[in-house]
Each structure stands twice: as structure tokens, then as C-alpha cells.
Design a protein around this ligand. Structure first.
Ligand code: 5AD
Length: 355
């Protein structure tokens, strides 16, 4: 079908699918420039920097794609203490980032009280916005953290196909995993909510991915994280040659990731969208920059202390591994200047045109 970019009507399934399958280079150029224009008009030229701190690699989950899954017995586990986390937050503030993101596996060793205290302390000592990405925690935990001053929560739904979801992300015994319900609760609690998917997860069809993208719009996400699936050898989905991979399989490619980024920008014009480390891992030279010119407006420099960072191996070869925290940050500053995109000031909260 002919894909039109000029009109302002909401995108439909067939149109999104058309873009995922488009092969004409000229059409692709039109998609990139449209995403860039929409990004410019709705969120401006500033690139917000969010300092990512991977505070624990313990996890109770057994997700088939993830290298820090409970099932990975080869991996040494760590959990940062409050002092170490605070140090990273101070570094984020010194580097003039607007936000610190505390991410971990779903780790109940990070107790409700511990995280509440850490959030309070960051709030008291720094001007940073605080984003949490700690998995599917009970509502009481999420409420306590919100009251302590956490602003945002990231929880990718990974796929909107319930059968594929259960296959790659098994529920815990007696507790059905429902990330859509949890995202709705997080919003009611007053969090800004972020979600997203991996591109090219085994079993992902073009039709399914198009549905995922439309779902971003239906959820009116404040933040959208998308990156390519990168197989990890110590996981069940580590071997891409598995017989489950069929003809309709979406490739976990750089090109497909840009398409999803650009379409995410079109369905959620106001969202904060990072150019992710997973994307930079596929193309270390220009991946981050290309993401920023095809819809993204956020970078998440990794501030995790180096020895821990190497152990937060959700996928192999993470682009941030060879860089130290400060170099990483400074390197990004220079690259942004070269792109003509200023670094964002302040927390970089989602701005709504019609509040
Ligand atoms: N490749 C790419 N992304 C991954 N994630 C987890 N494992 C992988 C992988 N092998 C993503 C998931 C998760 C986020 C924190 O990292 O989407 O939500």
C-alpha cells in the first residue's frame, strides 16, 4: 500500500506494517526526515542525558532473552550498597545530567525500605529527577518509592503478543505477569511511565511488531525504549538458528531498529526516546547519532562502576564496556556538539501540549 506521511491522521496497522516492510530507499529517507521533523517540533533539539546506574544484577526472573536471568549460573552476582549508589548519583549531578536511572534485575534483596531510603537521599542531595527500572514489584513497593520522590518508572512490555510473552518471559509461580496492568497502576500513582520492546526477538512477526508500535500510542507513553535483540550465548534464546525462527521473523537489525524508533516518534510525538546502548552495540561508530536523527532525543550514558558494569551483561558486547564513566560522558558531549544538538538542561520531563 502507499504510505502517506503528510496527513495527521492516527497511524493504522496496515500503515505501520507498510513502513516495517518498505524496501524503497527514497521512501525510507522520507520516514527518517518525517521522524526528525516531528521530534524537532515536539521535543526540540536538546538531547537529555540520563545517567544509568545498574544497581544489582540479581534477578528472580527466567526471561529467555536475558543474560542476567536467574537461570544463568555462570554469572557472579553483585548488589551495590547505598553509599556506592549515592556516589554515582552525585557524579550524574556533577556531569550536569538531569536524571539518574536506577536499574536492576527483579531483585528482592533490594528491599522496599532500602530503595525508599536511597531515593530520599538522592532527592535530598541532588537536583536530579529519579527514574526506577526494577522490574515487576508489588504495588506497596512502587507506592513507597513514589512517595519518597521517584519520578518515573521504566518497564518494557517486550511484546504485546500474550503467547510470545509467556514463552520468553515466564510468570513467577502463582503470580501472572501483566505488565500492561502494572503500567496503568504506575501511571495512577503519578509516575511518568516508559515502556518498549526489543526488535527481532525470536518469534516476533512483522504484524506483531506493528501492533506493539501502535500500543505505544494507545498507552500514551512518556518514554519509549527500543533496541535490537542481541542473543546471549548463555540463554535459551541465545541461538538464533533455532527452528522457531520462521519466515515472517523480524530481523534484529540496525535498520529495523531505526524504523521502530522513527515510528515510535510518529505515534508518540512528545515522548522521550533514547538512542539505546543496544543500538550503539550494533553500530559503534554512528549508531547513537543515527538514532538521534531518526526520532530519538535522549542518551543514557552508563555510570555504573566498571567492575559491576561488566557483570550487568543482559546481552554480550555492550557498547559501554570499554569506556569509563567520565570518558563516556565527555565523549557523548563532543558527539552531540558535532551533531548540532545541545545537551538538555533540567530534568527533561515530558511536556504535554494539552495538559
Ligand atoms: N538483547 C537486547 N536487549 C535485551 N534486554 C534484555 N535482554 C536483552 C538482549 N539479549 C532488554 C529488555 C529489558 C531491557 C532492560 O533490556 O528489553 O527490558
Amino acid at each position: 500500500m502507499e504510505t502517506s506521511l503528510s496527513s495527521n491522521h492516527p497511524m493504522r496497522q496496515a500503515e505501520v506494517l507498510g513502513w516495517l516492510m518498505e524496501i524503497r530507499p527514497q521512501q525510507m529517507e522520507a520516514l527518517w526526515s518525517r521522524a526528525d521533523e516531528v521530534r524537532q517540533r515536539h521535543v526540540g533539539n536538546a538531547v537529555h542525558l540520563r545517567g544509568l546506574v545498574e544497581i544489582s544484577n540479581h534477578c528472580v526472573r527466567s526471561c529467555g532473552y536475558c543474560g542476567i536471568s536467574h537461570h544463568n549460573r555462570h554469572l557472579p552476582r553483585y548488589r551495590m550498597d547505598a553509599r556506592e549508589i549515592l556516589e554515582c548519583a552525585r557524579l550524574a549531578a556533577e556531569l550536569e545530567f538531569g536524571t539518574v536511572v536506577l536499574q536492576a534485575g527483579e531483585d528482592y534483596g533490594l528491599t522496599r525500605e532500602f530503595v525508599t531510603q536511597v531515593v530520599r537521599q538522592i532527592r535530598a542531595e541532588t537536583p536530579l529527577a529519579i527514574t526506577l527500572s526494577l522490574g515487576e514489584r508489588p504495588e506497596e513497593d512502587l507506592e513507597s518509592w513514589r512517595e519518597a520522590g521517584a519520578d518515573r518508572y521504566l518497564l518494557r512490555f517486550e511484546t504485546s503478543d500474550p503467547v510470545l510473552y509467556e514463552r520468553i518471559h515466564p510468570s513467577l509461580p502463582g503470580r501472572k505477569s501483566d505488565r500492561f496492568a502494572l503500567l496503568a497502576r504506575l501511571r495512577e500513582m503519578g509516575y511518568e511511565i516508559g515502556s518498549g520492546v526489543m526488535v527481532g526477538i525470536p518469534g516476533q512477526s512483522y504484524d506483531g511488531l506493528a501492533r506493539d508500535i501502535l500500543r505505544f500510542g494507545q498507552l500514551d507513553l512518556d518514554m519509549i525504549g527500543v533496541g535490537p535483540f542481541i542473543p546471549h550465548p548463555d540463554t535459551p534464546l541465545g541461538d538464533l538458528r533455532s527452528p522457531e525462527v520462521e519466515r515472517d521473523q523480524v530481523p534484529a537489525s540496525e535498520d529495523m531498529t531505526y524504523r521502530v524508533l522513527a515510528l515510535a516518534r510518529l505515534v508518540c510525538p512528545e515522548a522521550n526516546i533514547p538512542s539505546t546502548t543496544a543500538l550503539a552495540t550494533l553500530n559503534r561508530e554512528t549508531g547513537r547519532e543515527l538514532g538521534l536523527t531518526r526520532g530519538a532525543n535522549v542518551i543514557m550514558p552508563n555510570l555504573t562502576p566498571a567492575p559491576y558494569r561488566a557483570l550487568y551483561e543482559i546481552y554480550p558486547g555492550k557498547a559501554c564496556l570499554s569506556e569509563t564513566s567520565d570518558q563516556d560522558a565527555q565523549g557523548i558531549g563532543g558527539r552531540l556538539r558535532a551533531l548540532g544538538r545541545p545537551s538538555g538542561r533540567g530534568p527533561g520531563t515530558r511536556r504535554r501540549a494539552h495538559a
